[in-house]
Design a protein around this ligand. Structure first.
Ligand SMILES: [Zn+2]
Length: 303
């Protein structure tokens, strides 16, 4: 899809979020990918910038696959970094559980930020003005960036072409998280945007159809929170396998008990024995084509 002048998307696999480069004499980049890909992120950015300076790194939200390359980008480009206001206390505390890092077997290098932004602010990034729009749901403090001049929305994980980022917080005591997700989707519907650049996957123009799919998925979670619990487990395990590439099948039950978030979701919502939990999860992901079993191991797609 052809994007307006000066907007470039470095599309990544699912382990790393897209990096959106907003070109100008002093360029900006939105999101930095997963830590394990930080070197590749820096190389991709260097190539995209062709020697021009990077002025500003911003994050839609502070999950590992969106901020994992922040520290490496700062070292390389000496740019300033801004994050959503609501994420600032979490980054200050760097609590592995709150940031869905250690508790989910994910990693990110700690970084410092220079400033914050919040709903209603306007940021000049690249050639355009971008309105900051709160996007709670998938992450309570996430934001999106909307450019009314080009009608482009940088949605982070609030809206993908097929769905949206898993609403973790609903499973851990944030009762309002699904209602917030609904309000965020409604807010997107009201923008009149023509192109969405999601955090994962290609930019897309069928915004109304994507919203319809997202609302349908959300309705399923609203009707039965166990659907969400199963979805979150699958998302987190698939993500872990993208990084690990393979794991002995016999180790899966113990892994699921060791990773705090997975263990808690099973204890509270799914209530399976460790071996039944592992068997269900692997079989389901194998059916979906996300994993395969071979020679006593479970392998990520393409491994
Ligand atoms: Zn996310």
């Amino acid at each position: 899809m052809k994007l307006p002048r000066g907007i470039q998307v470095l599309e990544r696999g699912w382990l790393s979020s897209n990096n959106i480069v907003l070109h100008a004499e002093r360029a900006a980049v939105v999101d930095s990918g997963y830590g394990a890909h930080a070197e590749q992120t820096v190389a991709l950015l260097e190539h995209a910038l062709e020697g021009r300076p990077l002025d500003h790194l911003v994050n839609t939200h502070c999950h590992s696959d969106h901020m994992g390359g922040n520290a490496a980008i700062q070292r390389q480009f000496h740019c300033r970094t801004s994050i959503p206001e609501g994420e600032a206390p979490l980054i200050d505390r760097w609590d592995g559980r709150e940031l869905i890092l250690t508790g989910a077997d994910q990693r990110a290098e700690r970084f410092a930020y220079d400033g914050t932004f919040a709903d209603g602010d306007t940021l000049r990034m690249g050639e355009y003005e971008w309105q900051v729009i709160a996007a709670p749901g998938h992450d309570a403090h996430a934001v999106m960036f909307y450019c009314s001049e080009t009608k482009v929305l940088i949605s982070g994980d609030a809206l993908w072409e097929n769905g949206f980022g898993a609403v973790f917080a609903r499973l851990f005591g944030r009762e309002t998280a699904l209602a917030e997700t609904r309000a965020t989707l409604e807010r997107i519907a009201g923008l009149g945007c023509e192109v969405v650049i999601p955090g994962h996957g290609s930019p897309f123009a069928g915004v109304a159809a994507a919203l319809e799919r997202a609302f349908a998925r959300l309705k399923g979670y609203e009707e039965d929170v166990h659907r969400l619990a199963r979805h979150v487990v699958k998302v987190l395990f698939t993500f872990a396998m993208l990084e690990k590439r393979s794991m002995p099948l016999a180790d899966v039950p113990a892994y699921l008990e060791r990773v705090a978030i997975l263990d808690e979701i099973n204890r509270v919502y799914l209530r399976m024995s460790p071996s039944a939990f592992a068997e269900w999860l692997v079989a389901d992901l194998e059916r979906a084509g996300a994993l395969q079993r071979r020679d006593g191991s479970v392998l990520a797609r393409g491994a």
